[in-house]
Design a protein around this ligand. Structure first.
Ligand SMILES: NC(=O)c1ccc[n+]([C@@H]2O[C@H](COP(=O)([O-])OP(=O)(O)OC[C@H]3O[C@@H](n4cnc5c(N)ncnc54)[C@H](OP(=O)(O)O)[C@@H]3O)[C@@H](O)[C@H]2O)c1
Length: 275
């Protein structure tokens, strides 16, 4: 990313905060970051935190930026695009982090033929530990793709999909995934308490196990399947538990749940198209 590239955030909320922090940590100058929001108190806070230029007028911000990051709730995106439509710099790149809203709807709201990268980050991005699925429309150059990736890379691991429909699969896996893992951790903590551990101990054991296992999976050269096999001694405790999971079709339950999330992501995309 060139040091002169100017990035404007529409929406100064949680995700904008995470991304701006990530950019600052990767030595991007706050002189080239601008932010717009309807909430003046939040804007003052962002100015205090980062010493960046703030706007209450989305159109005024747009005229000054090479990249616009759409960091508002999906429901207000069409309204925001209407503000931006006649005020974008020529050749500017639009990066949307709004869940569910399709690139062709954003393009339609912006007046067509814009370079748009649609992304699906997940909540751990707030800690700089997210993972983001990314899709670029046909108007986006390789240079613009790499620019968008650099922004999202500051808070997450980034992966591209060629087919925008696959962002619904990304939503079903990593977008909603933290909640599946919280459910698993919650269930393990409850089951540990039912076996006699006090609740705090059970919760700590559950969270630290998830953290350690995730780090092992991330750092190991073994596949997830191999890692599981390695900790499952024949006739041992883990095997007893895994067989119990399998008897109750654990994999099938996960597949059904993710199909439900995938179908709902498609439905939400259609609903948002008419906002
Ligand atoms: N948080 C996550 O973990 C996460 C993960 C993946 C994707 N996302 C996506 O990221 C986007 C932002 O999420 P967030 O959690 O950062 O939301 P947020 O904290 O609510 O921030 C959005 C900000 O936009 C402001 N806003 C509303 N209308 C506006 C307008 N017309 N012009 C300018 N600013 C306006 C809001 O003000 P008011 O509060 O006054 O309305 C709010 O300050 C969402 O689309 C969400 O789907 C979030």
């Amino acid at each position: 990313m060139q040091n002169s590239t100017t990035i404007g955030f529409i929406g100064a909320g949680n995700m904008a905060y995470a991304l701006i922090s990530g950019l600052v940590d990767s030595d991007f100058s706050t002189k080239n970051i601008k932010v717009s929001d309807t909430d003046k108190a939040l804007l003052s806070l962002r100015k205090e935190e980062f010493n960046l230029e703030i706007f209450t007028d989305n159109a005024a911000l747009a005229t000054k930026c090479d990249v616009i990051v759409l960091a508002v709730k999906p429901q207000v995106l069409s309204l925001v695009c209407n503000d931006l439509k006649d005020n974008l710099k020529s050749g500017s790149l639009i990066v949307s982090i709004a869940a569910g809203v399709r690139s062709h709807d954003i393009d339609r709201w912006l007046g067509l033929n814009k370079a748009i990268v649609r992304t699906m980050p997940n909540t751990p991005a707030l800690l700089g530990k997210g993972v983001t699925g990314m899709f670029a429309n046909e108007n986006t150059s390789d240079e613009q793709k790499s620019l968008a990736e650099k922004i999202l890379k500051s808070v997450s691991h980034c992966l591209w999909v060629e087919d925008e429909n696959m962002l619904d699969a990304v939503t079903a896996l990593s977008g909603s995934g933290p909640a599946y893992l919280f459910l698993m951790m919650e269930s393990m903590a409850k089951a540990g308490a039912a076996l006699g551990l006090d609740e705090d101990t059970a919760q700590t054991l559950s969270i630290q196990t998830a953290l350690g296992a995730s780090m092992m999976a991330d750092q190991s050269v073994d596949s997830l399947h191999e890692l599981r096999a390695k900790v499952t001694s024949p006739n041992g405790t883990t095997q007893a538990a895994i067989e119990s999971f399998q008897d109750q079709s654990f994999e099938m339950m996960v597949a059904h749940a993710m199909r439900a999330a995938f179908d709902r992501a498609k439905e939400i995309g259609s609903e948002l198209a008419d906002e």
